[in-house]
Design a protein around this ligand. Structure first.
Ligand code: ATP
Ligand code: MG
Length: 386
């Protein structure tokens, strides 16, 4: 019955003069997410975007893919027909039969939206007329304009689109409409969620993962790649760089106070991330920090860690509880992978008693014992890209 999908754009539609730009980005993203399907046309009809596959069997699968495109708020499988009153009435009956067969429907409301003012019947009159047609054909149902069991939407544009379902989707803004961010992606629960949240606001992502192979396992590497793959369903291509921090950890262990290890290592991570960002036109760093969650996430630690770089570090989870973060990770499908047991960082280099309120001058004192630039160059030379 359904032959295409109507796309409602939410915030994108509100962007005034930028609307064309946002729409173009959105359509690009839709195309990418459904490129595995053949012969699908994406077109606009008087301000609304439609997706029309040649093969109608693909419709449900396309909806599943397009649901993950940021910038869309609603999707509706719909019937496209010519703007002929008889034809429209017939289709409304067809749609309604389908709905009553599958649901217990007692009340309905017809809602016409006439974008094409040349169409001879006004919206309210058309609602009444189509409502009458339904009442004549289905004797067990009534009109309820306030709280109906189902809506029948009729959009009069160049063609006429008839639908009932409105599938809620992820919302947000199309990827690429808000610059580029480098996500510090570990194998944990938080960082994939942090990346998702920034991508949802239009930020295009690249990812950076630090390991200490052979002290951290190959499986930890695979886990992070898997998380990147899962994010790509929403975020488009996410380039992942993996960097082995072993030489840095060895140098810290040999030359610095043990309790400062985590802070020192984090400062290196930020410096490396900043360097990669500068070289690749990336505007911000993104981390999964949430205030107070672990020893290195006290306000004092964060300040000392951030002091190592100038680039803004965005932390979308900073004020969230673990339960809220877990909920999102389950919704986006990263949770199961995140809780696999392989650690991204080996325990050998973890201090027994880490400082929780580090003093910047102590950290700077420790860093005097390290050849920072040289260490960064060494580990960056061996970066792997996937
Ligand atoms: P996550 O659940 O994301 O692993 P976490 O609760 O383990 O976070 P931390 O270990 O303090 O918290 O890490 C804070 C943030 O620092 C992470 O969310 C991530 O953005 C970044 N980070 C930590 N370890 C790594 C790593 N090995 N590679 C890349 N980024 C990392
Ligand atoms: Mg972690």
């Amino acid at each position: 019955m359904y032959n295409l999908i109507a796309v409602s754009m939410g915030e994108v539609a509100l962007k005034g003069k930028n609307r064309g730009y946002f729409e173009k980005k959105l359509i690009d993203r839709i195309k990418r997410n459904i490129k595995e399907f053949n012969n699908v046309s994406i077109f606009k009809d008087q301000g609304k975007v439609f997706i029309e596959p040649e093969n109608k069997e693909d419709l449900d699968m396309i909806i599943e893919k397009v649901k993950k495109v940021f910038g869309i708020v609603l999707l509706s499988p719909c019937i496209k027909v010519e703007k002929n009153v008889d034809v429209i009435e017939k289709s409304v009956i067809e749609l309604f039969s389908h709905l009553v067969k599958n649901n217990n429907i007692k009340t309905f409301k017809v809602q016409t939206n006439r974008t094409d003012k040349e169409f001879e019947i006004k919206s309210l009159d058309f609602n009444r007329r189509l409502g009458g047609v339904i009442l004549t054909n289905f004797t067990d149902v009534k009109v309820d304009v306030h709280n109906p069991d189902v809506y029948i939407y009729v959009d009069i544009k160049t063609d006429c689109y008839i639908y009932s379902e409105r599938i809620k989707t992820v919302g947000g803004l199309p990827i690429g409409t808000n610059g580029k961010g480098l996500l510090l992606l570990s194998g944990g629960i938080d960082s994939p969620v942090a990346g998702y949240m920034m991508a949802k606001r239009g930020v295009e992502l690249e990812a950076l993962y630090f390991h200490t192979y052979p002290f951290s396992s190959e499986r930890a590497n695979e886990k992070v790649k898997k998380l990147r793959d899962l994010l790509e369903d929403y975020c488009g291509k996410v380039k992942l760089r993996s960097i082995n921090m072993l030489e840095i950890h060895k140098a810290i262990k040999a030359n610095c106070e043990e309790r400062n290890t985590t802070i020192l290592a984090r400062r290196f991570m930020m410096r490396i991330a900043e360097k990669i960002s500068k070289e690749n036109g990336i505007h911000i760093l993104i981390t999964g920090e949430s205030l107070g969650q672990v020893a290195s996430q006290t306000i004092e630690s964060m300040c000392v860690i951030e002091n190592a770089v100038e680039i803004p570090i965005v932390k979308p989870l900073i004020g969230m509880d673990k339960t809220e973060i877990v909920k999102i990770s389950q919704e986006i499908g990263t949770f199961e992978t995140s809780i696999l047991p392989y650690e991204d960082c080996c325990q050998i280099f973890a201090p027994k008693h880490p400082v929780t309120k580090p003093k910047l001058e102590n950290i700077l004192e420790d860093e005097k014992n390290l050849d920072i630039e040289n260490l960064i160059d060494i580990v960056m030379q061996a970066a792997e890209i996937s």
